[in-house]
Design a protein around this ligand. Structure first.
Ligand code: CP
Ligand code: NVA
Length: 315
């Protein structure tokens, strides 16, 4: 019976030790000029990248990650595939499993990702669904720790729509032991199932409708677009989220050395002002760069059957 591939589907699907080993590997890969011994991918490994939604960072950082690791990547726009003409996810996954070594998928319904993984004989990586964006948050935790030290016990304030990126922050809070405060309008707050999961995991999640209360003395202020890919209710969102803009006055409520994060793309003037994006507390460019390093580590983990060097795993 073949073993289950080492999928990277979500942060809540993995344990703290594994996630920490991936972050340690990401830091080692970032520091090294050459791929360190034990952090390589099998020779000639190929990643297929399927996009059902647009992307700048994810596409380029995954492709460069494979290039720098000595492998290769094939970019597939779902509209150009038979998938776009009704071939099933299961059949597509089975066929691609015969050609390539891992598959990265950006799609809408999360179930599509799970179905893909169920039929694939090779690792599948979640590159964003309507539910979550785990690769982003691995890069974000790496970025937080580079700037502020261990994230355990710290406070991250999420301001705005409690969307897919926010969900992955909640998963990370449970696994890495930090607090997430979510400030959202009632209609765009976190899912009750997610909060129930977080409570059962003992995670520190505080939900409120007051952005100022969430920002107070936080170590990090983070936000994202008010209208995610696939969202239809644009006018209702923009009007409800208007009081949730991250500006200098909101940043001033956080700790004096707090950082500002945004997964990008930013909609300057909506969820964040230019002054914050381009201000001294913003780490958004480091955050974007760290997608590359975090994803290299994720790829090494996936392509080596969930194994990373003992040094990285021991921490
Ligand atoms: N943050 C992020 O995933 O960006 P892209 O949509 O450009 O890939
Ligand atoms: N929440 C955004 C993230 C984009 C990277 C979206 O899903 O569109």
């Amino acid at each position: 019976m073949p073993s289950t591939p080492s999928h990277f589907l979500d942060i809540d699907a993995l344990d703290t030790r594994t996630l920490r080993a991936i972050l340690d590997a990401a830091a080692a890969l970032k520091k090294a000029r050459k791929v360190p011994k034990g952090l390589a991918v099998p020779k000639g490994a190929v990643l297929a990248m399927i996009f059902e939604k647009p992307s700048t960072r994810t596409r380029v950082s995954f492709e460069m990650a494979m290039h720098q690791l000595g492998g290769a990547a094939i970019v597939l726009n779902a509209q150009d595939m038979q998938l776009g003409r009704g071939e099933t996810i299961g059949d597509t996954a089975r066929v691609l499993s015969r050609y390539v070594d891992a598959i990265m998928l950006r799609t809408g319904p999360h179930q599509g990702l799970l179905d893909f993984a169920a039929y694939a004989d090779i690792p599948v990586i979640n590159a964003l669904t309507a539910r979550s964006h785990p690769c982003q948050i691995m890069a974000d935790v790496l970025t937080f720790e580079e700037h502020k030290g261990p994230i355990k016990g710290r406070v991250v304030a999420w301001i705005g729509d409690a969307n897919n990126v926010a969900t992955s922050w909640v998963h990370a809070a449970a696994r890495f032991g930090f607090t997430v405060r979510i400030a959202s309008p009632a209609d765009f707050g976190p899912d009750q199932d997610l909060l129930a999961w977080a409570r059962a995991e003992g995670a520190q999640i505080e939900v409120m409708e007051d952005a100022r209360a969430a920002a107070k003395d936080a170590d990090c202020i983070v936000t994202d677009t008010w209208v995610s890919m696939g969202d239809k209710d644009v006018a209702a969102r923009k009007s409800a989220l208007e009081p949730f803009r991250v500006d200098e006055a909101l940043m001033a409520l956080a700790k004096p050395d707090a950082i500002f994060m945004h997964c990008l793309p930013a909609h300057r003037g909506d969820e964040v002002t230019d002054a914050v994006m381009d201000g001294p507390q913003s780490v958004v460019w480091d955050e974007a760069e760290n997608r590359l390093h975090a994803q290299k580590a994720i790829l090494v983990w996936c392509l080596n059957k969930g194994r990373l060097p003992a040094r990285a795993a021991a921490k």
